[in-house]
Design a protein around this ligand. Structure first.
Ligand SMILES: *Cc1c(COP(=O)(O)O)cnc(C)c1O
Length: 455
């Protein structure tokens, strides 16, 4: 689609709508002269050049990419009106769109009933899930793995709840024996399982953890902020297909979080939280004197910790989902391409004499390190850091990222590497752009050159 054409259409459609309300004059205090604007805009775009090319296949670093053009046009068009999804009277159209996309997300996870809404981020979405968990299990703590997102520990402090970090196995998945040992103490009311850790994309065994919920009477929350959309590939044919069991089990958990601003092609400002039991809405009920007056049903603002939220976020996601729905044949194809790229690159690294796979990808994150002599954490760390830096500064640059592994995590995967430090960095590439699929050989070649050519 032609982004420039549709951005002009965005402005035009807003103008047509506005014209229906009759003429009015913009106040002189807001007037900006085009010559002056051009000047400042020039300075602004110049400053924006100080960025990494997230859109380009040569960027194979962090979990970052621009939104789909449909999301940009959807966001911009709605933003020109600027509805606020805190309540129906803040913008009925985008509030309705939000309910529709949330329903699609619930269906994607197989939730038969749900209460949910969009949030500004995965962190806030998780905070809401943990807030509800605290209300249902007062005085008890929350368990998450040592590989869980760092914000879980932080949010436990915010909520005044004890957080428990549970050890992981040699692939970064929660160790369920250790979890059960903790649950036996009775100190934990909620378990957070991560379906796709941010570092390596490890999937906690949700299906095997579920029986513990009944046995110990705990809640299970799934943090699928990064991994959630991969549920579309559960049980799919071909190399991109994923084991079904953990993903199908999410449908039986109490709550789940997914970030459309990661794999859902959206701009930042779009997370989502879903609860299986709509009754949890009672924990949010409040009485604001100035907002809700157009409907008797539960408003989005009544089931959210946040007040103002961009209606434009819901609009962008709605428009995107109409074109690339959260189904295996829709958005699933985008994720499948990234996953195939990750598998293919891992094969190449595995066959390389210069590089070594740190851990095979469960989703679309490739992790590796240069083979160095002597093979020790400190030399691997220094070489990884050098490759990261050198990669960005070449004429034909490649942008990677690093991941710090603890000595224990390293030893579990690569016992031959001497642990002469308490941890070390390895290289990590999130292949979340489908375009990466066609640049794997190039990426590999660049990275091999970096490994073989210390400055
Ligand atoms: C990204 C991420 C978060 C935090 O989400 P934000 O949208 O960055 O606030 C939480 N959990 C996991 C697993 C994530 O990958």
């Amino acid at each position: 689609m032609d982004l420039q054409h549709w951005l002009r259409e965005a402005a035009r459609s807003q103008q047509r709508w506005a014209d229906g309300f009759g003429p009015y004059a913009t106040h002189p205090s807001l007037a900006v002269d085009d010559t002056r604007f051009a000047e400042v805009f020039g300075e602004f775009t110049e400053r924006l050049r100080d960025n990494y090319p997230f859109f380009h296949p040569r960027y194979a670093g962090q979990m970052l990419k621009p939104p789909h053009p449909a999301a940009v046009v959807g966001y911009t068009t709605a933003m020109l009106i600027n509805p606020n999804n805190h309540a129906l009277d803040g913008g009925p159209a985008t509030a309705e769109m939000e309910k529709e996309v949330v329903r699609q997300l619930a269906a994607m996870f197989g939730f038969t009933t749900h209460l949910g809404h969009l949030t500004t981020s995965g962190t806030v979405a998780n905070l809401e899930a943990l807030f509800v968990a605290r209300e249902l299990h007062p005085g008890q703590g929350i368990a998450y793995s040592t590989e869980a997102h760092y914000t879980h520990g932080r949010m436990c402090s915010v909520l005044g709840v004890e957080g428990h970090a549970v050890p992981v196995d040699d692939r970064g998945r929660m160790d369920l024996d250790a979890l059960e040992e903790l649950l036996r103490t009775g100190r934990v009311g909620t378990v957070v399982l991560t379906a796709g850790t941010t570092g390596l994309g490890a999937i906690d065994p949700v299906h095997r953890a579920l029986p513990l919920r009944e046995k110990y009477g705990v809640r299970i929350h799934v943090d699928a902020a990064y991994g959630g959309f991969f549920t579309l590939l559960a049980g799919a044919e071909g190399p991109a297909g994923l084991p079904e069991a953990p993903w199908r089990a999410v449908a039986r958990c109490d709550s789940v979080v997914v970030d459309p601003h990661k794999h859902g092609l959206q701009p930042y400002g779009c997370g989502a939280v879903l609860f299986a039991d709509p009754e949890v809405g009672r924990f949010y009920l409040h009485d604001s004197p100035y907002t809700y007056f157009t409907s008797t049903e539960l408003h989005l603002g009544e089931i959210s910790l946040e007040c103002s939220r961009a209606g434009a976020s819901a609009a962008a996601l709605w428009l995107t989902f109409r074109l690339l729905p959260p189904t295996r044949d829709g958005l699933g194809q985008v994720l499948a391409a990234g996953r195939r790229a990750a598998l293919r690159w891992t094969e190449l690294i595995d066959a390389s004499e210069l590089l070594e796979v740190y851990q095979p990808p469960e989703l679309d994150i490739v992790s590796f390190f240069p083979r160095v002599e002597p093979a020790a954490l400190s030399t691997v760390d220094a070489a990884s850091e050098r490759m990261l830096r050198q990669g960005m500064s070449e004429d034909d640059p490649v942008f990677l990222s690093t991941l710090r592994a603890s000595a224990g995590a390293f030893a579990a995967r690569h016992p031959k590497v001497t642990a002469d430090a308490d941890g070390g960095r390895v290289l990590r590439s999130v292949l979340m752009k489908p375009e990466s699929e066609h640049r794997v050989e190039w990426l590999h070649e660049r990275v091999e050159i970096l490994a073989g050519n210390p400055e």
